[in-house]
Design a protein around this ligand. Structure first.
Ligand code: ARG
Length: 269
């Protein structure tokens, strides 16, 4: 009985220490000022900047045990963290379906969406976009030895795309039949298992899949697939935040920060 009490006391004090540790952890990134002096007031002052994303899109956003914002890692997550910091805020991530991001912006659930999101006219009707920070293009992932060498070779083939991605729009516009899946990983699994012939998806993400799966290769067709610009989306009425994001992005593009971040994640593949 006595031992049990002792045991309970140890567990209790352990829980207390752990609780105190995690409490410090959440504010741990903001406990110094620019000149390195401890800043005792910062803990209460730092406001969250809530970014929505869909962490199914390496190298831009993915879940990792060593994420840069909690469990979230990738080029976009690093950019989000730096934008928040530059504005005296703390980046937080709300991970959701890609299709839900614009609605989440409109109803105020998130402050900004950073998700390798391509600027399109249709999306521009619903939200405002920052200045672009990355140029991408759609590409085709095929099995090694495939006879698909250009976009028009996809005619009559089994095509997989991710629902709601610009890859879907592009294939639809080309007029080909396709099957839409919820995630890129599902498309790639179909391809690996021989259930489809080609996956159309963004270039850098395609490169990640090809690096992670034997026997796949990328086919480009710059005539069929135009350039796409990734930008951060904010609600139409939030021009104040848009200006802050643009100022930070502009600086990070000019001084090479964005380029360095992109290279560090893309080279790590
Ligand atoms: N660039 C494409 C688009 O805007 C795909 C983006 C997917 N991003 C994501 N985080 N799942 O539709």
């Amino acid at each position: 009985m006595k031992n049990l009490k002792k045991f309970a006391a140890v567990i209790l004090s352990l829980a207390f220490v752990l609780g105190a540790l995690t409490a410090c952890g959440s504010g741990g990134t903001i406990d110094t000022t620019a000149n390195g002096e401890p800043d005792t007031s910062a803990a209460e002052e730092v406001k969250p900047l809530v970014f929505g994303t869909n962490a199914e899109f390496a190298p831009f956003e993915f879940v990792s045990s060593q994420g840069v914002i909690g469990e979230f890692d990738g080029i976009d997550m690093m950019i989000a963290k730096k934008i928040a910091e530059a504005n005296g805020m703390e980046a937080q991530i709300n991970n959701m379906e890609f299709d839900s991001l614009l609605i989440a912006l409109q109803n105020g659930q998130i402050d900004a969406a950073i998700a390798g999101m391509t600027v399109t006219d249709e999306r521009k009707e619903q939200v405002n976009f920052s200045i672009p920070y990355y140029t991408a293009a759609q590409v085709m992932i095929v099995k090694d030895g495939s006879d698909i060498a250009k976009a028009s070779d996809m005619e009559g083939k089994k095509i997989a795309v991710v629902q709601g991605y610009t890859g879907e729009t592009v294939v639809k516009e080309l007029g080909y039949e396709y099957e839409a899946f919820k995630k890129g990983t599902e498309c790639v699994l179909e391809l690996v298992n021989g259930k489809c012939d080609v996956v159309v998806i963004d270039s850098a993400t395609a490169a990640t899949y090809v690096a992670d799966n034997e026997g796949l290769s990328i086919v480009e067709d710059s005539e069929a697939f135009g350039e796409e610009q990734y930008a951060i989306a904010v609600a139409k009425n939030n021009t104040e935040l848009l200006e802050k994001i643009n100022a930070s992005l502009e600086k990070m593009l000019a001084d090479g920060t964005v380029g360095e971040i992109a290279v560090s994640y893309i080279d790590a593949q």
